[in-house]
Design a protein around this ligand. Structure first.
Ligand SMILES: Nc1ncnc2c1ncn2[C@@H]1O[C@H](COP(=O)(O)OP(=O)(O)O)[C@@H](O)[C@H]1O
Ligand SMILES: [Mg+2]
Length: 389
């Protein structure tokens, strides 16, 4: 469980983690690769479809044990082969951490510092990552599912308990839905799945509510800065089931909704109500920016949410996350690019682009440029990794 921010601040300073090394075998279009990274800024340049995003994906998997762009692990195994391996060495406060993930068809294995782990969730709380891709720029205007995923990714990183609850909720929901599709669903079985769904579902709601409240405070401040005070951002939890006073009440309330909704659910053959229908409300100056914002407003709000994510992770965990920027700079105007670049501070970042604006490079003092071409990576400029530290 993450400690409270106050406790962390009292205990220690903020820790900075960074990736030192990445080794790939049969991962996506990489047959074999071993590279060292810069402690701060890594710029990955290359034409389309050369393997830039694949590299970020390999790093990202170290945070949640899964990809940000596919739910099928086997997609990441190089075509024509039957296993993939990803190994990273990262450093935190002078200590090395080696994580190795193996993918074999439907199986996934995990080793941390050479020790085999049974559960992928053992990975959580080691490496924190925030990824920002063109898709994320659309989280404000896209459908609620994208915003739920945004919340879930963050909460899963922050809390293995949430991760577990989410997995169990989805299982319970799925069982309930399977039962709903039967000709004559067994009522006592339905009771069991109602209970399970309400139990885990209400736990998820409680966490999402607390998360949204933190996000609200942090993103409001960031958005104020980004828009020089012109816009006030208001982010809030929009649960499908009305919020209750406390967790036990929440559970009762959801259970009641499920019981009362059985007939309707059976007619539609799916569970209509619950946190799988939640949303995150987003307003600027009192107007719903999801539906009525201009594209510029929606993108700036998305940027605020993403930057808030960085602060939130830091506050909750006492650690600075690694930031992955996938093709996102070219999608922002110059002002937003500059704001993004200057808000990095001392974290490690990875930037992919087809070409990089010299205006941006000139703002960075220390960085390494890699050229990515058909599944191979070579150093092509900046500081050599390791020289700077
Ligand atoms: N499992 C796989 N095995 C081999 N190649 C793959 C696999 N998955 C994707 N690729 C290849 O990776 C390339 C895309 O890499 P990507 O990192 O998305 O490119 P970009 O540099 O544009 O970010 C494509 O050429 C695609 O065919
Ligand atoms: Mg890409």
């Amino acid at each position: 469980m993450p400690c409270s921010a106050a406790l962390y601040r009292a205990q220690s300073r903020i820790a900075v983690m960074y990736f030192k090394e990445l080794e790939l075998v049969n991962f996506r279009n990489y047959e074999k690769l071993k590279i060292r990274f810069h402690e701060k800024v890594n710029i990955l340049l290359g034409e389309n479809a050369q393997g830039k995003t694949n590299l970020l994906e390999a790093l990202y998997i170290m945070s949640l044990g899964k990809s940000f762009r596919t739910s099928r692990d086997s997609d990441m195994i190089r075509f024509g082969t039957d296993f993939a391996r990803i190994r990273t060495v990262s450093e935190k406060e002078g200590e090395d951490l080696t994580v190795e993930i193996g993918l074999i068809r439907r199986k996934k294995s995990l080793k941390i510092d050479g020790v085999k782990k049974k559960k992928i969730s053992d990975l959580l709380e080691n490496v924190y990552i925030v990824i920002f891709s063109p898709d994320d720029l659309r989280i404000v205007k896209d459908e609620p599912e994208k915003r739920r995923r945004f919340i879930d990714r963050e909460l899963c990183q922050l809390s293995p308990v949430y991760y577990d609850d989410l997995v169990r909720y989805r299982k319970a929901l799925n069982q309930r839905n399977v039962l709903l599709r039967e000709e004559r669903p067994d009522a006592s079985l339905m009771d069991i799945w109602d209970e399970e769904t309400a139990f885990y579902g209400s736990r998820i709601m409680v966490r999402r509510k607390a998360f949204s409240e933190r996000l609200r405070v942090i993103s409001r401040k960031i958005h104020g800065d980004l828009t020089e005070g012109r816009e006030e951002l208001d982010v809030f939890y929009e649960p499908d089931i009305p919020l209750a006073e406390n967790p036990p009440e929440q559970r009762k309330q959801y259970l009641q909704v499920l019981r009362e909704g059985r007939e309707k659910d059976a007619a539609r053959r799916t569970t209509l109500r619950g946190p799988h229908r939640d949303d995150l409300g987003i307003k600027t100056n009192g107007t719903d920016v999801r539906n009525y914002g201009s594209q510029g407003q929606q993108r700036t709000a998305a940027l605020s949410l993403k930057l808030a994510e960085l602060t939130l992770i830091e506050e909750e965990t006492g650690e600075k996350p690694v930031l992955l920027l996938d093709d996102v700079l070219s999608e922002l105007d110059r002002t937003r690019q500059r704001q993004l670049i200057t808000s990095f501070g001392d974290i490690q970042i990875f930037i992919t682009a087809t070409e990089l604006d010299s205006g941006i490079i000139s703002r960075l003092s220390d960085y390494t440029v890699f050229q990515v071409e058909r599944g191979s990576v070579r150093l092509s400029g900046g500081t050599r990794p390791g020289e700077n530290h």
